[in-house]
Design a protein around this ligand. Structure first.
Ligand code: TYM
Length: 331
């Protein structure tokens, strides 16, 4: 009987650091919304990940609430999915420590995001920044999550979670499920509006790189109008030879659910000016709708949802930690 088949577990999260932007929404959150129908979904605000770089305490507190409201305004339904704050479940860090003893320095040395984020300051960045993929592995493995919907930049970290889980299982018995990353077919890597060769990023110095979800709609409009374009005026998708227009087409397509092929037909014989003006309108309308939902959500509602989420998850996390400790000889 189909109703008796247990749903697969989905887990994903976002750091409350910096402004959430269209890349986060289109690359990650958008695919979470539909998954709620067919999976048991857990969506986390990964505050312990955020503190791997310095955060102003007041600002961090505000951003945790902001991320929860963004989840809700995007359509994550707390009746269907669990939303929670990572630091509310202490077993994440407990498991991360144990997994630190399975992960190898050679594994972490391969992580390209650490190389990018630490840049020339490798000696002065926090140990937490280096170790953060192990905490991410703990987030995933502690709930036996099978599907991890993320953007392309997190693929390597999910791969590491798989490696750690397999190594642990082979040494200590079959405790962990082996997770798999899931990327959007389109939009797994939304690029910067100022430079279509680099990804859209909340830590970008140039604020024209991204459109924040809390951006004033008229500012977002200007950012689209100012977005760099490629040479040649044709509205055609080709990520190699036309990275800028391909990125704008992807954004257009994901917001409106009109296929790129259809958009190409719609804009055949028309120029960048027309295309950008209409995309600016699409983005503006999207932001107005999104922000109206966001503004209706109260802080109290969020606190209650996060608390309920943690209450549901705690026994699951405790159970796996108990088994892990038993298997490695701690209890
Ligand atoms: P974070 O907070 O950097 O990003 C959140 C999600 O947004 C995706 N993303 C993008 N997708 C498409 N185009 C872009 N330009 C773009 N920029 C960001 C990211 O891939 C991610 O899916 N370590 C993670 C958070 C995390 C996590 C986890 C995720 C912690 N534990 C367990 C999954 C499972 C992070 O820092 O994401």
């Amino acid at each position: 009987m189909i109703s008796k088949i247990k749903k697969q577990i989905v887990f994903s999260g976002i750091q409350p650091s910096g402004n959430l932007h269209l890349g986060n929404y289109l690359g990650a959150i958008k695919q979470w919304i539909d998954m709620q129908q067919n999976y048991s979904c857990i969506f986390c605000i990964v505050d312990y990940h955020a503190i791997t770089i310095h955060q102003d305490p007041k600002e961090l507190k505000r951003r945790i609430l902001e991320i929860a409201k963004i989840y809700l305004a995007s359509g994550i339904d707390p009746k269907k999915s669990i939303i929670f704050q990572q630091s509310d479940i202490k077993e994440h860090t407990e498991l991360a420590w144990i997994l630190n003893c399975t992960a190898r320095v050679a594994d972490l040395d391969k992580m390209t995001q650490f190389k990018d984020k630490s840049g020339k300051n490798k000696e002065s960045v926090s140990v937490g920044l280096y170790d953060y993929p192990v905490l991410m592995a703990a987030d995933i493995l502690i709930y036996g999550a099978q599907i991890i919907p993320v953007g392309e930049d997190q693929l390597q970290h999910v791969e590491l979670a798989r490696t750690i889980a397999k190594r642990f299982n082979s040494q200590f018995g079959n405790i962990f499920r082996i997770p798999e990353a899931q990327l959007q077919k389109q939009g797994a890597r939304i690029m910067g509006l100022d430079d279509p060769i680099k990804k859209m990023s909340k830590s970008a110095v140039n604020t024209n790189n991204y459109i924040a979800l809390n951006e004033k709609p008229e500012i977002a409009r200007n950012k689209i109008m100012r977005a760099v374009t490629d040479s040649g005026g044709e509205i055609k998708y080709n990520s190699q030879s036309k990275p800028a227009i391909s990125n704008l087409l992807t954004i257009y397509s994901l917001i409106t659910n009109i296929s790129i092929k259809e958009l190409e037909k719609q804009y055949a014989g028309r120029g960048y000016g027309d295309f950008k003006r209409e995309l600016a309108q699409v983005v503006e309308t999207f932001l107005i709708g999104f922000q109206a939902k966001y503004n209706k959500i109260s802080d109290k509602e969020v606190f209650d949802i996060l608390k309920a989420g943690a209450t549901k998850l705690e026994p699951i996390a405790q159970k796996i930690i108990t088994n892990v400790k038993k298997n490695i000889g701690l209890s």
